[in-house]
Design a protein around this ligand. Structure first.
Ligand SMILES: [Zn+2]
Ligand SMILES: [Zn+2]
Length: 257
């Protein structure tokens, strides 16, 4: 019942740009132009922008990715549509707190081209929501995004994961805190077992890739079940992105000692 009422409210609500408040849609054209797609050049493993090569991979002119180079990640690849700033951040925040399906649909439309460019998979799943959090809001943003991407791409989707332990919310914790918080926090859903035997590659969808801890643990559960996990998020936090000039300089230096 709540779902129907929410749906009607969603339709009746006047849509305003989540960033500047302009009437007409969830993101006006001017603000949408400020969405930054993730650069084409990125680490094939964790998605960090730059000419990085993933651990164990030989890459021409590539250097070890500073973000995942020393880490053991359970997922095979991580792609994202936009950098987590400005309008991308505003959309995620608005969708999370206002719990509007139409907002999630808008995000799906904007990020679908990037999803189509991500590695092909047999099934799409998502990071399960916080139970209490989900009850407050009535929905899980990651699930709406995952279902939306899958429908557009014509790929099957199913909930494969569940939360085991409800740790503190990830926001506000540093990397070590986040890692400790999500350890053993996820498991396979019982009904997921039957589906898994038929699958090779699965995409795990979430709204934002921050440190990658949550997605790493979700991917670990699937990898343990013999699946090759991949990750796709609407946005990605970009830390210490080297400027093109500094990268060119570094490559030059490597070539002429
Ligand atoms: Zn705007
Ligand atoms: Zn990396």
């Amino acid at each position: 019942m709540t779902g129907i009422v929410d749906g009607l409210l969603d339709l009746a609500l006047p849509r305003r740009c989540v960033l500047c408040g302009a009437a007409g849609g969830w993101l006006c054209e001017r603000c949408a132009a400020e969405l930054h797609p993730l650069p084409v050049q990125h680490c094939p493993r964790c998605g960090a922008p730059g000419p990085w090569s993933a651990p164990g991979q030989k890459h021409r002119a590539g250097r070890r990715c500073p973000e995942c180079g020393g880490r053991d990640l359970a997922f095979r690849s991580a792609a994202a549509a936009f950098t987590y700033e400005g309008p991308a951040k505003a959309l995620i925040t608005a969708c999370k707190f206002r719990a509007l399906r139409s907002l999630a649909d808008d995000m799906v439309g904007r990020a679908s081209p990037a999803f189509a460019a991500a590695p092909a998979v047999d099934l799409v799943t998502w990071v399960p929501g916080h139970r209490d959090h989900q009850m407050e809001r009535g929905f899980n943003q990651a699930e709406l995004l995952g279902r939306g991407f899958a429908r557009r791409a014509g790929v099957p989707y199913a909930p494969l994961l569940r939360r085991v332990r409800h740790g503190a919310r990830q926001s506000g914790l540093d990397r070590a805190g986040r890692a400790a918080n999500v350890r053993d926090a996820f498991a396979l859903r019982e009904e997921g077992n039957g589906v898994l035997r038929k699958l090779k590659r699965v995409m795990i969808v979430d709204d934002v890739y921050t440190t990658g801890e949550t997605l790493d643990h979700c991917a670990g559960v699937l990898a343990h079940a013999g699946i090759e996990p991949h990750v796709f998020t609407f946005a990605r936090t970009v830390r210490a992105t080297p400027s093109q000039a500094s990268l060119d300089h570094a490559v030059q230096k490597e070539r002429c000692p």
